[in-house]
Design a protein. Structure first.
Length: 64
């Protein structure tokens, strides 16, 4: 056996854990923002389609 090998650390340094936590927080914030954007886009698309259908229904009811 070689006794001149460098000792390995059994735990992650505190700074590395802090950076990893910060990366997780930033990634979660970006993901939440993207999900909210997608939900908002779908919502407004449905609202516009409903408004167009309502106008068409109203015109059909009045004209025909």
């Amino acid at each position: 056996m070689h006794s001149d090998l460098e000792p390995t650390r059994s735990h992650t340094p505190v700074v590395r854990k802090a950076v990893a936590g910060l990366v997780l927080v930033v990634a979660a914030a970006v993901l939440v923002k993207v999900i909210i954007g997608i939900v908002t886009a779908v919502f407004w698309t449905v609202v516009v389609i409903a408004a167009v259908l309502a106008v068409l229904w109203a015109l059909k009811t009045i004209v025909w």
